[in-house]
Structure formats: C-alpha cells, structure tokens
Design a binder for this molecule. Structure first.
Ligand code: ADP
Length: 503
C-alpha cells in the first residue's frame, strides 16, 4: 500500500509532470523530423528506382525493338537474359510480366508466382502511349517487399498488343529498413535519456520546495523565529525570501499582540485589586455610612477607569480588524476642530485653562467623522490633562488651529499646549500602546483633580491609528517646561476621490 502511495505521489509530482511534458514535446519533434527524413529517403529511392527502370526498359526496347517486343519476349522460354554494355539488365529480384490487351496475364518472370494486382486503367492505350508508374507491395517467402512498376502499352504497327510491366524493388539494399531501425533506436534512447535527465533536473529544482515544505511544517504559532534562509538567486529563493519577511511580520505582530494582552491584563489588575480591597475592607466589619460612601466612590472611579480602558482597547481592536470599513465622506477639518473645542471648553474652564481656536480656514479631507472627532478629542483632552499639571503661576493655554500647506495637497490640524512638555527620549515611543512617559502619572489623583481622565497609555495609539487610516501623518514637537505641539497632516480632498466617496 505504501509503495502504491509513493508511486501515486511521484506520478502526481511536479517534477514527474515537468519531465513528461519535456519528453512529450521532444518526442513530437523527433518523430516529426524522423518522419520527414524517412519520407525524403523514400522519395529519393523512388526517383533512383525510376531511373533504373527507365534504363532497363530502354535496354529491352533496344534488344527486341519496340514494335515487336511483345511477341519476341513472349516467345522466350526462360527469363530474358539481356546484357547491356555494362551490366546484366535483369537482376534476380526483378519482375517482368506481359499482358494481353484485355489485361490477362500472358507470361511472367521473376521471384513471384502470384498474379500482380496491377491497374491498367491508368495506362492510356491510345493517346500519347503514356506508360504509368505504380507502387506495389509484393509478398516474398518471408517478408513483404515494395516494388515500383512501370507499365508500358505495347504496339505493333500501331495496333495495341498488350502491356509490358517491369517491376524492380524500391529499396534493393534494404536502406529504408535500416533507417527505420536506427531511427527507432535513436528516438527511444534519446527519449529515455531525456526523461531521466529531465526528471533529475526537475527533482533538483524542486528540492528547495521540499525544504520549504518541511520547514513550514515545523513552524508553529508559538515559534515564529525560524527562517528559510535560502539563497535568493532563483524564483524559489525569492519565494523563500518572501516567506521569511512574512514570518518576520507575523512574528512581530504576534509579539505585539502578546505584549498588548500582557499590558491589558496588567492595566486591569490594579483597579480590580483596588475594588477587591475596598469591598473586603467595607464588608469586614460594620462601618459608618460615610465610610461606605467613600468605598463606593473609589469603586465607581475604578469602574470608570476600567470602562475607559476597555473602550479604548475595543476601539483599537476594531481599527485592527476592519481597516476598510470606514464611512468616508467629505469633511472640513476646521469644522471638526471647532466642534471638539466647543465640547471640551467647559472641561478646560474647570481647570482654568484657556482653550482657544486659532486660524481655522476650510480644510477639506475625505474621512470618517466619528473616529476623526475621537482623534481630536484625545489630543485636546491630553493637552488639558497635562497642562492642568502646571502651576497656576504659569500660562494655561491651549490652541487648536487648522491650515493647508502651500502645495495645496496637504492639510493639517495642530494642537498646541503650554503643558510640561515631553522629554526627547520618549517621543519615539509616544504612540506605542500602553506607553506612558511617567508611570506615576498613570493614575490621577481623583480627589484633587476629578475631571482629568487618568491615563492608560492608549490615547495616542488610537490617535495615530485613526490618522493612519486616513492616510495622515502625525508629528510632535515638545520643549520641556514650555509645551507640546501635535500636528497631524492629511491628504487634501481631490476631485478624483469624489467617485469613491459617493460609491
Ligand atoms: P495617557 O492616557 O496616559 O495620556 P496617551 O497615549 O494619551 O496616554 O499618552 C501617552 C503619554 O504621552 C502620556 O503618558 C503622557 O506622558 C504623554 N503625553 C501625551 N500628551 C501629552 C501632552 N500634551 N503633554 C505632555 N505629555 C503628553
């Protein structure tokens, strides 16, 4: 069973099919060429035979005289031995036959006894006295021989007397037979050698595929660090290279996912522990109502924190999952900016921060309103949150403005705050998920600063994700003690995008 499976596998393998196709095409070519060669050889032999026939007939005519040849030869008892100047006219394999005018055999000489099935209708009796040529296959004792016959009408004083048929073997030296055998042996051995060579070559070419398959089987979801490392010279090497880079991408995606899950559980663990501690403490003994109230307030605030965290995680997960399902429409970035500023002004006012809009010229982009609003909200909320950390002796001012680059291909929205600023070394990681500049800032002091959202480290990751989904690019400039500027650049709406928007 195993043997048959193996054979079946080989028969269905690419290397076998490649070799077979190769041999098939070669066979067609070889057989075609050989056929042509054989045909040309036959034609040549036929032409040679006709010349020999002609000269034999001439000798007969010379020997017996054309008019009386029939009567004279017919009278001859044995095979008419005629010698010409250089050789004997008839060889022992030649056939000479005389026919009556009605086509019945008068006399025949040669190695055959059976009647020849010659067709006299092709030989004209009157007009032109044309002879005809016919090819006949005659049976000898042990094999079949091809003969060329020339049939000549015989006349005696212009009276039709019958036919003379002279036949000689087409291939007296057996050249055609030898050629056929040689060709068959040559074609057969060439095809066998080419099949073996083709199979070997295809096998060699397919070997890297086997290596790739074996390695791919051994790569598991948990171990994506393996690579094929094949030389990239040929197509299969390039394919392996593509797989390698795909594996690298998968590996980092899996690593990110693992990190995300670990961070998420870490983030949730703290509020859950606080809730657990508070409830255990409150339930451990009867307490005054005020203490229950305080415990419930703590639980509520931790609950809010967890909801925000879960919402942020959900937003990121949705962004990762359906990148294409945004409802894009024609939007004015300045409208969105104004909207966000109006909504967050009360929050800023509570922190005694001046939230203002700067220049807001029309900046048309194609985008999804809801995520873009969230993006701006996150930026302005951050600006409020971190500017609020400044003492009241410092400027507490946030500016939101929009504009377009001179090239008229890009538009931007900018949020400038007068917060504490971000140290340079953190700027590169700012948009990583769960990244916080200062871990101690993660949990705001609720009692002192109740409106400020405590940080999860997901806000800027969401901002960056939304910007990227809109083809945007985000830049940060920050100076410690002076403030931070977040600027997001978007491709401006162009006429040609109208179609995709209306679809
Ligand atoms: P968080 O929810 O902690 O604010 P973000 O992803 O929004 O998370 O921000 C990541 C980090 O970037 C924050 O921990 C904060 O330290 C820093 N950051 C963001 N915006 C500002 C800002 N306007 N001024 C100063 N620091 C900022």
């Amino acid at each position: 069973m195993k043997f048959f499976n193996r054979i079946n596998l080989i028969l269905h393998s690419i290397r076998f099919r490649l070799a077979l196709w190769f041999v098939l095409i070669l066979a067609i070519l070889l057989i075609g060429f050989s056929g042509m060669l054989f045909y040309m050889q036959t034609q040549e032999l036929r032409a040679e035979s006709l010349i020999r026939l002609e000269s034999k007939l001439e000798t007969i005519e010379r020997a017996f005289g054309s008019d009386t040849v029939n009567a004279q030869i017919a009278g001859t008892q044995g095979f008419p031995i005629i010698t010409s100047d250089d050789n004997t006219v008839f060889q022992k394999e030649d056939v000479l036959a005389l026919y009556n005018p009605d086509g019945s055999l008068l006399k025949m000489w040669g190695p055959f006894t059976e009647a020849l099935s010659l067709d006299f209708s092709q030989t004209s009796r009157d007009a032109g006295r044309e002879p005809s040529i016919q090819l006949l296959t005659l049976k000898n004792v042990d094999d079949q021989i091809q003969y060329v016959f020339k049939i000549v009408p015989l006349y005696s004083r212009d009276v039709f007397k019958g036919y003379l048929a002279l036949g000689i073997p087409l291939d007296p030296r057996g050249q055609l037979g030898r050629l056929l055998v040689t060709l068959v042996i040559l074609i057969g051995s060439t095809l066998m050698i080419s099949f073996a060579g083709g199979f070997w070559l295809a096998d060699r070419a397919m070997r890297p595929v086997k290596i790739i398959a074996a390695k791919a089987r051994s790569i598991s979801e948990t171990d994506l660090s393996q690579r094929f490392h094949l030389p990239k010279k040929d197509e299969i090497g390039q394919l392996a290279g593509t797989f390698d880079s795909m594996l690298a991408r998968l590996e980092s995606a899996f690593a990110r996912q693992r990190q995300f899950t670990a961070d998420a559980s870490h983030e949730l663990r703290t509020p859950l522990t606080i809730v657990n501690l508070e409830t255990t403490r409150a339930l451990s003994a009867p307490r005054p109502a005020k203490e229950y109230q305080r415990a419930l307030q703590v639980i509520q605030s931790e609950n809010e924190l967890m909801s925000r965290l879960v919402n942020d995680m959900l937003t990121l997960a949705r962004m990762d999952a359906n990148r294409e399902s945004m409802q894009k429409e024609l939007l004015d970035l300045s409208d969105l900016a104004l909207d966000v500023v109006e909504r967050l002004t009360p929050l800023a006012a509570r922190q005694e921060i001046k939230l203002e809009t700067g220049g807001l010229p029309e900046v048309l982009i194609s985008g999804d309103r809801q995520p873009l609003m969230q993006m701006l909200t996150n930026l302005v909320e951050n600006a409020i949150k971190y500017t609020a950390q400044n003492g009241f002796d410092k400027t507490r001012h946030i500016l939101v403005e929009t504009g377009a680059h001179l090239t008229r291909t890009l538009g931007w929205v900018r949020v400038t705050d007068t917060g504490p600023g971000i140290p340079d070394e953190h700027l590169a990681h700012l948009f990583d998920r769960f990244y916080r500049v200062d871990e101690s800032r993660a949990r705001s002091d609720e009692s002192e600063n109740e409106s400020a959202p405590s940080g999860s480290g997901l806000g800027l990751a969401i901002v960056e994700g939304i910007a990227r989904l809109h083809g945007g690019d985000i830049q940060v400039q920050s100076e410690l003690g002076k403030g931070t500027i977040f600027e997001i650049t978007f491709p401006l709406y162009v006429e040609s995008a109208t179609k995709s928007l209306t679809q």
